[in-house]
Design a protein around this ligand. Structure first.
Ligand SMILES: NC(=O)C1=CN([C@@H]2O[C@H](COP(=O)(O)OP(=O)(O)OC[C@H]3O[C@@H](n4cnc5c(N)ncnc54)[C@H](OP(=O)(O)O)[C@@H]3O)[C@@H](O)[C@H]2O)C=CC1
Ligand SMILES: Nc1nc(=O)c2c([nH]1)NC[C@@H]1CN(c3ccc(C(=O)N[C@@H](CCC(=O)O)C(=O)O)cc3)C=[N+]21
Length: 294
């Protein structure tokens, strides 16, 4: 069997086009231009790539994009002051602080300072708690993207056995909550889990969000399972260059899986598209408008 490739590029482009249509409508009918502010502290080259692609795609969708680059040695107070300013700025409806933050800055304090209504990353305890309680919330973009990709294969995830490998606040935990809301049966695995290959082999849906290049192997996968690879790992090649690989050994797993996401071109594409969705939703909610169609 050779897996169907889930094309994140195409699915994300479709989602961005839907966002752009809705942005045009709220601009025309309500004079509302959704705005996203991205805060990047320090100059990690990988982060700069993501931030640039967020900026380009935000503008392409007709939204306002505000970039704030701060030096790695910025003080916590200065960063909190910027967040306070963005919280009060009526042109800003979404605030994303790129993680991880450089040493010396307390992630929790910084995240908690973001107005929950503008927390398009879904990381503030207000939104994380609401999501865990099954209430409407701004949910993290990468897990949202994982659910959309899974549904392109299965329609409904109800009753399916899912495993989420990884339990970070940004990916694993919120993904578990979204899967529960979809009525999947969820196993949560992490670095202390015992016999990960056997746990994974029971799953119809496998989500790998670990940060270990090509960790998930062919013999871990139930034949026909859907494999969603969240990992983004840059590794050296034999030719002395670098390449991106996921947390799944793609070539061998694609021989047994029913469907699989590539890296690049899978989940990463959806993350940025879902950020636009969240910004549009946040803008409509803040302006007191009905929920947008996307
Ligand atoms: N495509 C996209 O848009 C995005 C991709 N990513 C990528 O996804 C990956 C995960 O990111 P993130 O969640 O932020 O990473 P974190 O480092 O925050 O979390 C990694 C998780 O994996 C678990 N883990 C580590 N080693 C093992 C192991 N050997 N077996 C089982 N579990 C293990 C850890 O367990 P424990 O809790 O016990 O330490 C932890 O829960 C990274 O490659 C990252 O680059 C991240 C965000 C967006
Ligand atoms: N507060 C916060 N929120 C995040 O959502 C967040 C973050 N911090 N820190 C870093 C991770 C990582 N992340 C990615 C986004 C897009 C791609 C992406 O577009 N990837 C492309 C390829 C990119 C390339 O070629 O380098 C793809 O997979 O096709 C990847 C990874 C968001 N993250």
């Amino acid at each position: 069997m050779t897996a169907r490739i889930i094309d994140g590029k195409v699915i994300a482009a479709d989602l961005r086009a839907q966002v752009a249509r809705e942005v045009e409508r709220v601009k025309r009918d309500h004079g509302l231009t959704p705005g996203l502010a991205v805060v990047l502290v320090g100059n990690d080259p990988a982060s700069e790539v993501y931030v640039r692609s967020k900026h380009t795609q935000t503008q392409a969708a007709g939204m306002a994009s505000f970039e704030h680059k701060l030096p790695a040695d910025v003080s916590q107070d200065e960063l909190l002051a910027l967040i306070g300013k963005l919280n009060r700025d009526p042109a800003v409806h979404g605030i994303l602080v790129q993680l991880p933050l450089p040493k010396g800055l307390e992630t929790e304090v910084v995240i908690n300072a973001i107005d929950p209504a503008k927390d398009v990353d879904g990381l503030h305890p207000h939104n994380a708690g609401r999501l865990a309680g099954g209430q409407p919330a701004l949910a993290p973009c990468t897990p949202l993207g994982c659910i959309i990709l899974s549904k392109t294969v299965h329609g409904s995830l109800e009753g399916m056995n899912a495993i989420v490998i990884g339990r970070s606040n940004l990916v694993g935990r919120p993904l578990v909550q979204l899967l529960l809301n979809e009525n999947a049966t969820v196993t949560i695995a992490h670095s202390r889990s015992r016999d990960l290959p056997a746990l994974t082999a029971r799953a119809d849906l496998v989500y790998a969000a670990v940060g270990r290049p090509e960790m998930v192997k062919r013999d871990w996968i139930k034949p026909g399972a859907t494999v969603i690879d969240v990992g983004i790992n840059r590794i050296p090649t034999a030719e002395g260059k670098t390449k991106l690989v996921g947390d799944v050994a793609y070539a061998e797993v694609a021989e047994v899986a029913g469907a699989i996401t590539p890296v690049p071109g899978g989940v990463g594409q959806m993350t940025v598209a879902c950020l636009l969705v969240n910004t549009l939703r946040a803008a409509c909610a803040i302006a007191g408008l009905p929920k947008p169609a996307v």
